[in-house]
Ligand binder design. Sequence first.
Ligand SMILES: [Zn+2]
Length: 832
Amino acid sequence: MKRWSMILLSLALVLPALAQENPPKQDPAKPAAQVVQAKPEAPAAKPQEAEPKPYDKVVTPEFKTQTGLFKAHTSKGKLLLEIPKNELGKDLLLVVQIKNSPSASSYPGQGVDDMIVRWELRENKVLLRAVSYSNIADPNDPIKKAVDAMNTATIMMAFAVEALAADGAPVIDATKLFTSDVNEIGIKKIVGGQNMDASRSFLDKVRVYPLNLNVEALQTFNPKPAQLPAGFPPQYVDMLPSPPSPTALVHYSFVKLPEKPMMGRLLDNRAPYFTHSHTDYSKPDHETTDVAYIARFRLEKKNPGAAKSEPVKPIVFYVDPATPKKWIPYVKKGIEAWQPAFEAAGFLKAIVAKEAPTPQEDPDWSADDARYSVVRWVPSTTANAMGPHVSDPRSGEILEADVEIYHNVQQLARDWYWVQSGPLDPRAKTLPLPDETMGDILLYIITHEVGHSLGLPHNFKASGLYTIEQIRDKNWVKKNSHVPTLMDYARFNYVAQPEDNIDPKDLIPKIGPYDNFIIHWGYAPIPSAKTPDEEKPTLNEWIKVQDKTPYLRFSTAGTRGTDPAEETEAVGDIDAVKATTLGFKNLRRVMAMLPAATLKPLENYDQFSHMYQAVWDQARLEIGHVANIIGGYDSEPKAGTAPGVRFTPLSRARQAEAIAFLNADVFKTPEWLLPVEVLRKLEPTSGQARVLALQQTALNSVLSSARLLRLQEHQAILGDQAYTAARLLADLRGGILTELAETGAKVDPYRRNLQRTYIDLLTARLAPPAAVAGAVLLPSLKDDSRGVIRAELRTIASQLSDDKLSQAGDQATKNHWADLKDQITQALEPKK
Ligand SMILES: [Zn+2]
């Protein structure tokens, strides 16, 4: 599925955990390594460590010197780093990004790693060490020593001290750090090569600023061996052209971390932010606790006494100079859309948009500079956007954030807007959409991505928390948006109807009540608290507002995809049947608009065809939301001693209603999706295959093993009140085999496809697992469901009596029914 946003979690935190879960496996084909007892040899004489040379013999006049965080002396592709003594042993954040690479799997600005490193002087060497903050302890706790020992910092690289400056600062030749492989930095995996070839790798650019050192290097990797397509004999490998060596431009930024880490705010899963988590060994409980600080910018009031004050340092986002001119005002508005939320948390003008300086104004300004947060415009064909950030692992403080908007996100956004809200916006009568509409859509995307940069994860429950009436109320949506947060994947309001007279500007998600709540929860200062733990009572108090106002809630942890009100790409999933019924009304209107909106004299049918497909895709999405009601649970986030349960099975009536919808609007041939003047302008078909594919998607979802097992769970919980698998199958029979109840029925070709597919699906479930293996059908279920399916097939077979067959309205129907009957008989009593 296409997504607008991918969340980049810090790989540095995720990878160690993965490594533990997947211990290296012994290759069974290889014998275990034999331990060969080598004869002890006399140790080779250690070469004399080179003593530092005089400073002026190393830093010769041909070197150009820049001064900042470090001194950088560069000449002819060589980088000498002079590290001031007071920066030795200090924590630095190392951010590595790929700026350019030939690999299709990378994109400009893609993060490789971010990690904490330190430079250490050890006799005649300077060591670069990677520091882990995954285990922490109170500095005053005796356990601190042991915990520090657990975190022994990896030595990434060692450098000889070439010279010492007059003030004692060591000078090292740091070139190899950027022109050879460093095990801890996984560049080659991303660019798709093997080892770096030092002879084809060069330093490109070195820049020093007061708080950071930036280095760019052109790195070439030896290519991976050519791969034969599956099934080709190995001797053909020589005939393959040798793959090219990938060369990438890689950007390194060493950023000075704050001398005093910001006080972290503890994570609460009811109001979550992205986090950095640690294992804390100093907590008074009898076990170690995972302490997680939320990721957020450091905001401190200029005037701490005032209820509202400007921050000492506002959050500044720069607009990439590559942004198309006409979109710049919308990008700026999208960034500053968060201002009112911060104002409610006590900060005036907390978040500010600025246009990046031109090269004339500031030749050193760079979007890659870790001091600047930038909304980048990425010239990629990917239809996506994202909002990664770099934070201080010690406190969660966000030091820098980049929002990346891919040029083609505009196309995806246009498609969705037009098929979801097109009939409600008079400006959408024809395509392309006017710039004003596209700008508002872009503004929403930017605001969402900036939200990630501020520390906010998705909240997919949000779209299921307003009532359908609220979503259709023009005053409500003007004030509260049609979804409580734009951090959901609820796109444009497809539930609203033309008669609701909603202002087209309000069809697009905007900052909602949850966004205001969550920014206040994470950013409002608690001056009385001196430690993260002391903040807890106040934070708990703030969360209580969720009890009275359910739409301020976040997704419940542990739903495992069982809550149909936690959909992505959904509006009004509090009641997906109502929402989809209304959504389908709009889709019918879209279908009627299609020719006039997309056909232009003498032009081809590309856009006409593309948008026709977009209507089908939207229909499939909305049908999926209805199917998810079957076997679903209603979930409610709670904590501690709050009364009641978190998970409640959906009622029998709601599930029966969902199947009734599918019977009426999906299994009964949806002819409105097949207007002759559209379909047969595009393809020489009756649309049978399209319809069947749509129906099959719904059936596969409704009859998935996971869902049938959940119905069994419902029965265990609710007894007779449950919507059981038997009820589900009986209800489906009513919609799929409807003609069996009629006299003289004629089953048309569309319905014959559906009925055959349905019987195929059911009979496949009776086959023993071995017979099903390899087929596209679903795995065999627990015996319990098999029994229900067998009983249902018997019922259907009994209705396909000889009498019934003789009453068929035409020969095609009679043949079809006889065939189904044979198939069921064969499945129930297979001939040996
Ligand atoms: Zn997102």
